[in-house]
Design a protein around this ligand. Structure first.
Ligand SMILES: [Zn+2]
Ligand SMILES: [Zn+2]
Length: 319
């Protein structure tokens, strides 16, 4: 398929599929309200504000500096890439492996680098999992972090920009499905797919704040890189995920969910002794402190008697 045809096909199908997705977000919200009586009005309002903020900022930036997003970042990456694999069958395989690699790196840094966590924690703050929560991202993450990793870095590794955009559509759709409410669909396991695909059960683990489940299952479509890096964790029958983040958080407050982490980080940096610790606060995992008085996820796992070193290299999962 020629690149122009592919571009048209992606634009057409993704428009229809995302419209269907948003329709389901509404249907699920109605089911949660009228059928399960578990509608969290304040959290839903916070999510709506997130969507409006991101949409408003994106529209303003687009007006000021032209189109922005995955496609534009991918175009920039492609211009700087030393090579490009084109659109052959082999290129699609290469593109998917590269896309998922950068997805894993993006998501790992979102959990393990405190400055990046300040943006990603908004997605994890709600005390429930549902399709609306799946749409809840910090404006900086949607407009900067995602395009940098999925567009720029993927294209820089030789992926055709159209494939980067196409896989982002697949990832966006499947990644949304991962958030299907456990109140509406209690069983998040899907048979043989559990062997190689991320499913709602894996993503329920990812949203869990239980020590065992912290910082696990970073990918959004397959299990490949979580398996390689030792961050894969299946949902256990004897331990449900407790959703949310480990600090106190008013999950109905837009400010608390989207900006409190920045305030807390600023206070730690301001009060630190010396520039070394100031820098470490920015790049070390959330929970790190010079004297060890607060605990990172890895330390919490060890405290809970869970073995942290696992998987193939078992190194990155252990940080
Ligand atoms: Zn996450
Ligand atoms: Zn999620």
């Amino acid at each position: 398929m020629e690149s122009a045809e592919l571009e048209t096909a992606i634009a057409g199908t993704s428009g229809v599929l995302f419209a269907a997705l948003f329709a389901y977000v509404l249907v699920e919200a109605l089911l949660l309200h009228f059928w399960r009586h578990r509608f969290r009005a304040r959290e839903m309002r916070m999510v709506l504000l997130s969507l409006l903020t991101t949409g408003g900022v994106a529209a303003t930036l687009t007006r000021v500096i032209g189109l922005i997003g995955i496609a534009e970042f991918a175009g920039l990456g492609a211009r700087l890439a030393p090579f490009e694999f084109g659109l052959s069958f082999g290129a699609w395989i290469h593109a998917w492996i590269v896309y998922e690699f950068w997805y894993w790196v993006m998501h790992w840094s979102g959990h393990k680098v405190r400055l990046v966590w300040c943006t990603h924690s908004a997605h994890h703050a709600p005390g429930a999992i549902n399709m609306a929560v799946g749409t809840n991202h910090h404006v900086l993450e949607s407009l900067l972090v995602f395009p940098f990793f999925f567009g720029f870095m993927t294209a820089l590794c030789g992926v055709h920009p159209i494939l980067a955009v196409g896989f982002n559509v697949i990832d966006g759709l499947w990644g949304s499905f991962l958030h299907i409410s456990d109140e509406v669909v209690p069983n998040g396991r899907y048979g043989f797919l559990e062997k190689f695909m991320q499913t709602p059960s894996f993503h329920r683990v990812h949203h869990g704040k239980n020590a065992r489940y912290l910082d696990r299952n970073y990918n959004s479509v397959t299990l490949l890189w979580d398996w390689v890096f030792g961050t894969l964790e299946p949902l256990r029958d004897d331990e449900s995920a407790v959703y949310g983040i480990t600090r106190e958080c008013d999950t109905g407050s837009f400010f608390d969910v989207h900006f409190r982490e920045f305030v807390l980080l600023w206070r730690d940096v301001r009060d630190a002794d010396g520039w070394g610790d100031r820098l470490r606060y920015l790049v070390k995992p959330p929970g790190w402190s010079p004297d060890g008085s607060t605990r990172t996820a890895a330390q919490q796992k060890i405290d809970a008697g869970l073995d942290e070193r696992r998987g193939l290299p078992g190194l990155l999962g252990a940080i």
